[in-house]
Design a binder for this molecule. Structure first.
Ligand code: CUO
Length: 677
């Protein structure tokens, strides 16, 4: 049954709550009925809110309403954990609604939104609900701050039907003097940042209800999803004639790349602080955040990781050894690194990744003398905008790779699927003349800002932003099943660069780290020749554009329909418009790799009907096991067997590689379905 829709999901001001007088804040109590009458003047729907005794909100209220909120800060995590517990513990949706309405006016809005979102995703009685689009609720985290005064002007002066979209400049955070700025379209892409925020919402690392955190292979997925971000970023760097991202492995060195976000927090009424070029990390002593940590703490935790990896075991809180084996090793390391409450020993291995974010995000004001809040690295909704994100995560990944390198390489018989061979692969872009040439270009799309802004008269105000796009394409894979019975295969599709930054052919050991997963799916193979066709839009890493920006789709299913539930189910997923790298005007030379592995060895028996599973490679499947038994990133997650220096030597008969070129055209198209063409 479709769960009852609580009202905090409603858009605009057409629905109002009838709240009991004692729910009003002290400020409004004396004028309670007047306020409620005014608010309800044009209401189309009034929702009575039940008067229940409100749980103790003192801990969540300890974070000020105008403060920034960061999950990376341990104190904020504890506050959020408490609020999640409160929301999770309420007995019915009506009670949840009452407490949410009561809390909404009293709590920090980011904290409120986060904890309520986690609760809605995890309560059995609210699982089918769609969350409001985060970029609409908090547009300040996704767009240039100058857009807001224009939006206000447009909303105040122009009637809703005649409003024009406000153009977000194409690249506004820096000039071409800064080489890193060439990557603006990746780092500042709204869909990518939404995916990252959503991923961390689906995989919280702290809650007193352990079940919220304890999901199948979540530590491994933390490693893999972020490893893929770095691989993708490096492909974009190659597209822009930049070399691979350098690891931030010497924490005492200045960070050459500065970042000036040019965003304002509407909630805190403050600009997001910048980081100047060549900033050095300093010991942190910020009483307000209850943070007192030295750079040396990070270094000590790091050393313990290397020690554990090289010894092949970790030590839990009781002093027991846990082997870092092929099965579970990476999952333990992921949970220790992030770190989550699943870390077997947070005392010993610390909180390296999260505190790295914190150190970097406070590097402009480490002891709070300037009363400044954290920079964009302090928030999962904004962290990917900053070039240093990739340096930090390249380093984090390097530590994971230290473990992966120790594992036994896959042998040829392990990789092979006896009796199944690939005889050819081809990709064809829609409207393209040549096979194996992919096309990218720019596109403009609209996003509605009005939910996250306070102005009258209300109504939609759209911002128009520019993003990368590609022509959809189709893979055709010829697979021969030499047996006499039908067999099943898992098709794994990856894209990697053909040459390195010097134009030299790549060694497998380097190239494997740059292989970007494009798709993974199961096929039935009849005896004899099979032609497998698969469209790029079906990818297991992406969600469609309409899901990333779901309010924009004019063909969205009717409100309340079963299709709508599916449609809105899960916002986690790499945005389809960023599936392939930008490429170059003269063409970026890549290799497309396809492997068919034996599905009998990969299969996880579970029911996937009605679950959010279409971006399962990076997001897993809600309430289910990760739908592939193989290590994430297989077969590129380990070093190759000896004698296989290059990708071509690595291939067994069930794999194939084809050269593909990505061509970029510097033209801008307008998306069908925009507010105005
Ligand atoms: Cu996703 Cu560092 O984990 O940001």
């Amino acid at each position: 049954d479709r769960p009852k829709e609580p009202v905090f999901m409603e858009k605009g001001n057409k629905t109002v709550f009838d709240v009991p007088d004692n729910f009003l804040t002290d400020r409004y109590k004396p004028i309670g009925s007047e306020v409620q009458t005014r608010a309800g003047e044009n209401a189309e729907r009034r929702i009575p809110v039940r008067n229940i005794s409100i749980p103790d909100l003192r801990v969540p209220m300890s974070l000020g309403r105008g403060e920034q909120f960061s999950l990376f800060i341990p104190r904020h995590r504890r506050v959020a954990g408490r609020l999640i517990d409160i929301f999770m513990g309420l007995r019915s949706i009506d009670d949840l609604q009452s407490v949410a309405v009561y809390a909404r006016d009293r709590l920090n809005p980011f904290l409120f939104n986060y904890a309520l979102s986690v609760a809605l995703l995890h309560r059995p009685d609210t699982k089918g609900l769609n969350l409001p689009l985060f970029s609409e609720s908090f547009p300040e985290k996704y767009v240039d701050s100058t857009v807001f005064s224009q939006a206000r002007e447009e909303a105040t002066v122009v009637n809703e039907g005649s409003r024009m979209p406000i153009i977000i400049p194409r690249d506004y955070t820096a000039s071409d003097l800064e080489p890193e700025h060439r990557l603006w379209y990746f780092r500042e892409d709204m869909g990518i940042n939404l995916h990252h925020w959503h991923w961390h919402l689906v995989y919280p690392f702290e809650a007193s209800n352990r079940a919220i955190v304890d999901k199948d292979r979540r530590g491994e997925l933390f490693y893999y999803m972020h490893q893929q971000i770095i691989a993708r970023y490096n492909m974009e760097r190659f597209s822009n004639n930049l070399s691979r991202v350098q690891r931030f492995n010497n924490l005492r060195e200045p960070i050459p790349e500065g970042y000036f976000p040019k965003m304002d927090s509407l909630v805190a009424s403050r600009a997001w602080p910048p980081r100047f070029d060549n900033t050095v990390l300093k010991d942190l002593d910020r009483e307000l955040d209850q943070i007192k940590n030295d750079v040396n703490d990070l270094e000590r935790w790091r050393d313990r990781f290397y020690e554990a990896i090289h010894q092949g075991f970790i030590v839990d809180e009781s002093g027991n050894r846990i082997q870092l084996d092929e099965q579970r090793g990476i999952d333990y390391l992921g949970n220790m690194m992030e770190s989550s409450i699943l870390s077997p020993n947070r005392q010993l291995y610390g909180d390296l990744h999260n505190m790295g974010h914190v150190f970097i995000s406070y590097s402009h004001d480490p002891d709070h003398r300037h009363l400044e809040s954290f920079g964009v690295m302090g928030d999962s909704a904004t962290a990917m905008r900053d070039p240093v994100f990739y340096k930090w995560h390249a380093y984090v990944d390097d530590i994971f790779q230290e473990h992966k390198q120790i594992l036994n390489p896959y042998t040829a018989p392990q990789l092979d699927y006896r009796g199944v061979t690939i005889s050819g692969i081809q990709v064809q872009a829609e409207g393209g003349r040549q096979a194996n040439v992919l096309q990218t270009f720019w596109q403009q799309s609209d996003v509605d800002l009005s939910r996250g802004m306070d102005f009258v008269p209300r109504g939609n105000v759209f911002a128009r932003f520019t993003h990368l796009q590609h022509a959809p394409f189709t893979y055709t894979i010829n697979v021969n099943n030499e047996g006499s019975a039908q067999r099943f295969g898992t098709v794994r599709v990856f894209l990697g660069p053909k040459t390195d930054e010097r134009g030299q052919q790549m060694l497998f050991r380097d190239q494997r780290l740059l292989m970007v997963e494009l798709d993974k799916f199961v096929v039935a193979l009849r005896p004899g020749q099979n032609t497998v066709r698969r469209r790029s839009t079906e990818s297991s890493v992406t969600i469609p554009f309409e899901r990333t920006f779901r309010n924009l789709d004019q063909n969205r299913p009717a409100e309340g329909s079963a299709d709508e539930l599916e449609f809105n189910f899960c916002g986690c997923g790499w945005p389809q418009h960023m599936l392939i790298p930008k490429g170059r005007p003269e063409g970026l030379r890549c290799e497309l790799f396809v492997m068919v592995s034996n599905y009998d060895d990969d299969r996880v028996d579970q029911d996937l009907v009605g679950t959010c599973s279409d971006a399962s490679s990076y997001c897993g499947v809600r309430d289910r096991l990760y739908p592939d038994k193989k290590p994430m990133g297989y077969p590129f997650d380990r070093l190759p067997r000896s004698g296989t220096d290059r990708l071509v030597n690595f291939t067994t008969p069930n794999m194939s590689v084809v050269d593909v070129t990505i061509q970029h055209t510097d033209t801008v198209t307008t998306r069908q379905g925009n507010a105005r063409q």
